[in-house]
Design a protein around this ligand. Structure first.
Ligand SMILES: [Zn+2]
Length: 210
């Protein structure tokens, strides 16, 4: 399975709305590999609105959300940023919360991860986050990833691994996963990608809410 999830249209330089709308024409299968047409949507404001309208949401197979730079989102401070995420989780049929631990904007990590679990939204274990961690990037740290993994476990939820590929050579790249699974105290059983039928069912159920 592969999910093609360009950044939402409000991000500078991202794909336009037509790119997302035209996805209905994209093949659903390539030589036995399932193809999902999706979006990594951007949260726009304190109300948790995202940069996809209802019609576009209906056309997509898989939606992640996150708060990103180079979008209309203005930093509202920790409390309001936290609320913006939680409001968004309550409002939309989102499949996954993108790179929850990456420090683009300050928010209460525990509260937002808990809210994601409460709203049946998968927490993403992002390969780019692991790469950043491995190179001591200031926007990532192990404790935050541990916090996220713990909250998922406590809630009996699996994480979703995503290579967050921005280039062809990054697709499916999970070379750091093994190393960090140990440090995060998780096993293969804690990762939904290892259970394709369960993941399929999860996506199907979520899309019924559209
Ligand atoms: Zn992102």
């Amino acid at each position: 399975m592969i999910a093609i999830t360009d950044h939402g249209p409000s991000m500078i330089g991202s794909a336009c709305k037509i790119h997302f709308a035209v996805g209905k024409r994209a093949p659903k299968d390539h030589k036995g590999m399932k193809i999902l047409w999706g979006c990594e949507a951007n949260i726009l404001n304190a109300k948790g609105d995202i940069d996809l309208d209802e019609q576009l949401i209906k056309k997509l197979d898989f939606i992640l959300v996150g708060i990103h730079k180079k979008t209309p989102f203005k930093n509202l401070g920790k409390t309001k940023n936290t609320k913006a995420l939680i409001n968004c989780f309550k409002k939309y049929p989102i499949h996954a919360f993108a790179h929850p631990t990456t420090f683009y904007f300050e928010y209460d990590l525990k509260k937002v991860c808990q809210a994601a679990c409460d709203n049946n939204i998968l927490l993403e274990l992002n390969s780019a986050s692991l790469n950043r961690l491995d190179t001591n990037h200031p926007k990532e740290n192990l404790e935050r990833l541990k916090t996220m993994a713990n909250i998922a476990k406590k809630n009996n939820k699996k994480l979703i691994v995503n290579s967050d590929a921005h280039f062809l050579n990054e697709i499916g790249d999970d070379k750091l996963l093994k190393k960090y699974m140990k440090l995060l105290n998780i096993t293969k059983k804690d990762i939904i990608n290892n259970y394709p039928k369960e993941l399929d069912k999860f996506i199907e159920e979520k899309n019924k809410l559209n």
